[in-house]
Structures are given as C-alpha cells and as structure tokens.
Design a protein around this ligand. Sequence first.
Ligand code: ADQ
Length: 468
Amino acid sequence: MSRLIVISNRVSAPQGSQSGAQGGLAVALSAALREHRGLWFGWSGEVTDQFSGHINFQRAHGVTTATMDLEEQDVDEYYNGYANRTLWPLFHYRIDLAEYERGFAGGYQRVNERFADTVRPLLEPDDIVWIQDYHLLPLGDELRKRRCINRIGFFLHIPWPPRRLLSTLPEAVDLVTTMFAYDVVGFHTEEWLESFRDFVVHEMGAVCDGDHIRFGDRTIRAIACPIGIDAEEFAALACTPRARLTYRRMRDSSVGRDLIVGVDRLDYSKGLEERFLGYERFLNEHPEERKEVFLLQIAPPSRGSVDTYKKIRTTLEGLAGRINGAFADLDWVPIRYVNQGYARDELAGVYRAARIGLVTPLRDGMNLVAKEYVAAQDPEDPGVLILSRFAGASAQLPEALLVNPYSPEEIADAIVTALRMPRAERIDRWRSMMDNVQREDVVWWRRRFTDTLMEIDQPEDAGSTAAA
Ligand code: ADQ
C-alpha cells in the first residue's frame, strides 16, 4: 500500500477522545493517517527568527507528524493575511470583508514555496500526497516545479465562491491555474463544484467532460466528496461516563426547560449574530414559551489576531447582554454564552441533552457540528436539528428543519416547530439523518477521495502548470 502524505496548514497530533477539543479537519484526518503508514506535514504554529526548514518529527497514537516553524512575517502575510483576511471572507461570499493586498499575496506564495522546499525531500515516488484546504492552493504546483511526479490531490474544506465574486480577486486566474497541477480536486458539495467549473470554463476557457476538466495540457478530476464524522465513535462518546455526567449537569441546570444548543468557532461565517436575532424574535413573538427554553451558545474564540474576529466577539457580547437584559428574570436567563472549548465527550453530552441543535451558518463548506448533533441523540427521544440551507451539510440532511439564516422570522418559526414536533416525527427525521451520517462517514469520505486519487495513472513528466 502506498504511503499517505497529508499536508495542511496546521498539524494536530491525535489526542484521544478524553482530551481537549480538536477541529473538524483534525479529527477526520487522524483517522485516515492511522490506517496508512503515513505522515502529516504542516506548520508547527511556532514562530522562528529565521526560517530554516528544520523539521520536527513526532509520533502519537499511531500517527507520525512533521512540522516546521515560520517567521513572524510569514504568519502575518500568509496566515493572518492572505488565508484569513483575503481567501476566507471571499470564499464565504464576504467580499465586503475581504482585503486585497499585494503583500499578503506575496507572503502566501513565499510560504507555499517554503512548504514545498521542506516537504519535498520527505516524499517517496509512490506516496500519494493529499493537500488540504485554502491555505495551500498553489502547493501542488510548487511540488511539480520541484519535479514531484506523485499523485497529488487537493481537498477544499470551505465553499467555492460564485464566479462573479471570485473574479474580484486580482490574481484569481493565476491562482486557479495552479490548481491544474493536481490530479484530483475535491469539494464538499455539487454546488461548490459547480461554481468551480463555472469559473474555469467561463474565465479560463477550460473544457469539462464528466468529472474531468482539461486546461492547457493538464486534465484534472474534480469531484464532490462530502466529509463525514466518525459516527459510531461519536455515538459511543455520548454514552461515556463523562458524557453522562455532562448530560445530567445540563438537565439539572435546565430545571425542566428545553435546551437549545449552538456550538461554533467564533467566526462571522457561522451566523451567530443573526442566530441571536432569530432567537430574540422568537422570545418577542412567543411570550408563552419564554421561560420554557434557554439557548446555550458555545463559541470558543478563533483567529484572535485578525480584527474582524475581535469585532465579532464584542458584537456578540453586546447582543447577548442586550437580550438577557431585556428578557431575563430572577430565575431565568435566556442566553448562556460561553467562550471555551470542551472535550468531545462533554460536547456529546451537551448535544444529547439539547432538544434543539441550532446550526445556522451564513455559509459553511460542510459543518460537522450538525452531524455530531445527530450522532449524539437518543434514538428513542431525539432532538430536532435546525440547519442553515447554506451549510454544505444541508445537501445530505434534508430532513433537518432547513432555514434561511439571514431571516430572523424563519429561525423563530423553526424553533417553535421544533418545540412542538411530536416524538414520532422527531424519530422519523432523525432516523433518516442518522442513516446518512453513518453511511457517508469519515471513512467513506477519505476512501472516496483516496480511491479516486489511486485510479490516476502516475504522471511520467514532472513539469509545472506555470510552464504549461
Ligand atoms: P470549521 O469551520 O471549524 O471547519 P465545523 O465543521 O463545524 O467547522 O467543525 C468544527 C469542529 O470543532 C467540530 O468538530 C466541533 O465539535 C469542534 N468544536 C467547535 N466548538 C467547540 C468547542 N467549544 N469545544 C470543542 N470542540 C468544538 C472547516 C469548515 C467546515 C467543514 C470542516 C471540515 O469551515 O465547513 O465542515 O472544516 O471539512
């Protein structure tokens, strides 16, 4: 079996289920690497005065990781700059927040070259290389320039924006051209894939033939391949002693009220402000339901050195304060807003205790919280998932109550519908969603991607698209 080399911005050594929080991507990839005799390469998260390309190897829970440090300027321009102030907002349809700075673009390119220089000597000819996410779009091309003939795949974890939005990025065509260095490019949904095709066909003159897209002398396969969770593991986590304890803590502190839960990184794409406004609308329009429910919003801070993320924190604190100020009583607070991370089994206990999972991103590549909420439910008495129609997950979970996250009315109405939903309907909807979460799980996702990559004949020439 070929080795699997995963390359992503950050590397998150597997921690086991009992320890702290891991992001969606981290959980998904550790499982893949455990099966293959693989390696996970990325930035250590540390800063060094002078970039040296020194690699730090570690082995934990059956996975070998290899990391390098970056310079402060790299982090500013590549990570805080181009990745999180240009591409992230643009790819989440927020061109109002996207910053187009040449310095960011240059730093992004330089760091991708540093990734290529550092990881290249670790690659053996029949390794398959799987590059993750928007931080590393041009990395495949840089590897080809370094005569790498391996099969190389790329998976995008965030949405692909519509053509007219992507066209606002000054170097869009150059950036997308580099993606033709890959053999396989994967997206979560048909919708993101369709937007990609639209761009390459209409802005670049590429030609599509089924899954294949030809541009110049390169042909890539572009597929929709939705990521899943480890459903069995997550369902089992919901029954561990710590999950049960958390479940009891939640039930005891609810004193008979229905818990509505939201769990998201603190990010403007997650629609937290709009969610609070929808909940406020519900409280205003349904005074009879007020003290029957409360909203627990868990939102650990992320990307704190980017200004927009500082602003969203202040905005949400203000909004939660205003809503609590307007509605709270001696024995009831409508919103519990907490900014910490929790261990996965604790989260599972919280999900299971919640009558409603409120997952309303304005735009989300997939959204794993929606799937975790489903997996953690009690099959005899499941809760109701309220899900944004703009999350990739909505394509796989149509039995959720789908809402437009920009509409406070739709969120308010869905909360009422969920609270009044008979148990038989809750079970029916949950069963269909759980079938999908179990069938199209994380193992299914990575096999679908890596099997597609394995089907590719290994290229004999190692030229880059830049030369094409
Ligand atoms: P994220 O934007 O991080 O991922 P998501 O898919 O919801 O979004 O994954 C978040 C993960 O972090 C979940 O596993 C969740 O349990 C965990 N998490 C969130 N808050 C937590 C807390 N307070 N404590 C502990 N754990 C917490 C990106 C894309 C998504 C895509 C994933 C995977 O933006 O659209 O689904 O990658 O491809």
